[in-house]
Design a protein around this ligand. Structure first.
Ligand SMILES: Nc1ncnc2c1ncn2[C@@H]1O[C@H](COP(=O)(O)OP(=O)(O)OP(=O)(O)O)[C@@H](O)[C@H]1O
Ligand SMILES: [Mg+2]
Length: 353
């Protein structure tokens, strides 16, 4: 079997032999026989093509240059020929030097595309495997957490044992969060749109997070525009995206006294959900990476929060944008196109938790 290097050598040899054989026959043929000359000139396209096909741009440029140099004396010999024949040959040489690089470039592009497709396939398989593992972890960790809670409630234990159980509970809940995030991120199913009352959704989210915010002494201020009405969205996914962004805002906020604002407004064609915090902001060198899966600056973060939020927004045909000023805070905006089928109850809406 030919290894990569050996096969390259063989290919090179094939190109060299072809060029040499064509050139030899070309020069052996008397000038008085125009047809074989034309034929040999055309046969040069074969090694030129193979040069570009096998060796990319280098081969596609190198072989025609060698062929041109070999062809040059022949041109010289035919200097006395009629203008048409001579210029025909010049044109042929120009074509050699255009055809080779073109084949080389196209082959390189094709190779790159194939490599990219292979990479995507590998990533998809890894993603599937990761989702399977995450699913199993979640199935195991949920009962473990339940039993830990029961143990705490039913068995009398001293302070040390209590603290061990507490650590086990905390770490298993972290494990559950990682598994949940990975599952959402790897989720392939298409979104399930349904009419969602935006006011109720925001109200529910604020209620869910109210304890977390209270614990840190951060105020969560929620405002919906008047008559915000309904939007066709995937409830669970949008809920998770907004929670992820709000949790980031909470983590970034100064303890005791920080404020996070959640606002929803309806444009003519889109619903915009804006989350603003007064935290430290995002350092410039991080801003490009924050949407990358697994990018995190937090010791216990999964780095999937914003990647999920962006995936959710994009699957709804929208996007997420972020503006941050260091020392002043961050503004995240989720823009979700409306389908035009939503209803608009014209009433004043307030969704403070
Ligand atoms: N509002 C914000 N203020 C400051 N930095 C932020 C803010 N939102 C995101 N970041 C930065 O972006 C990084 C990525 O955020 P992302 O939500 O994807 O992951 P995470 O919060 O680190 O982990 P997880 O969401 O799993 O808890 C964060 O680690 C943080 O450095
Ligand atoms: Mg986060």
């Amino acid at each position: 079997m030919l290894t990569g290097r050996n096969s390259d050598r063989t290919k090179l040899l094939v190109v060299i032999v072809l060029v040499a054989v064509i050139t030899w026959f070309h020069y052996r043929t008397p000038l008085s026989l125009p047809f074989p000359h034309e034929l040999f000139a055309r046969l040069y396209y074969l090694p030129i093509f193979l040069g570009g096909f096998w060796f990319g741009l280098i081969g596609g440029t190198g072989v025609p240059v060698v062929v041109t140099l070999l062809y040059f004396p022949h041109l010289w010999m035919g200097w006395g020929e009629s203008g048409f024949v001579f210029w025909n040959k010049i044109l042929e040489v120009i074509l050699f030097n255009l055809f080779g690089p073109m084949v080389g470039i196209l082959t390189q592009m094709e190779h790159r595309q194939r490599a990219r497709n292979q990479e995507l396939q590998t990533l998809a398989s890894i993603g599937e495997a990761a989702a399977f593992v995450a699913h199993e972890i979640k199935n195991i960790v949920i009962p473990v957490r339940g039993f830990l809670r029961l143990l705490r409630q039913t068995c009398p234990m001293d302070g040390k044992a209590e603290s061990y159980i507490e650590i086990a509970q905390r770490e298993s809940s972290r494990l559950e969060k990682i598994a949940k995030n990975m599952l959402t991120f790897a989720r392939r199913a298409s979104i399930q749109r349904e009419p969602i009352a935006v006011e109720a959704l925001l109200h529910d989210i604020c209620h869910t997070l109210s304890e977390e915010f209270k614990e840190k002494g951060v105020e969560l201020i929620c405002n919906c525009h008047e008559g915000i009405g309904e939007a066709y969205l995937d409830l669970e996914m949008i809920r998770q995206a907004i929670i992820n962004v709000l949790q980031n805002a909470l983590h970034a906020s100064p303890e005791k006294g920080g404020k996070v604002r959640l606002k929803a407004e309806r444009g003519r064609k889109l619903l915009r959900v804006v989350i603003k915090d007064e935290g430290d902001g995002i350092p410039e060198h991080c801003i490009e990476k924050i949407f990358l899966p697994f990018f995190t600056t937090k010791p216990k973060g999964t780095g999937l929060g914003l990647a999920i939020a962006r995936k959710v927004a994009r699957e709804h045909g929208g996007d997420i944008s972020i503006r941050s000023t260091q020392g002043k805070g961050t503004r995240v905006s989720l823009e979700l196109p409306l389908l035009g089928e939503e209803t608009f109850p014209n009433k004043e809406v307030s969704c403070n938790p």
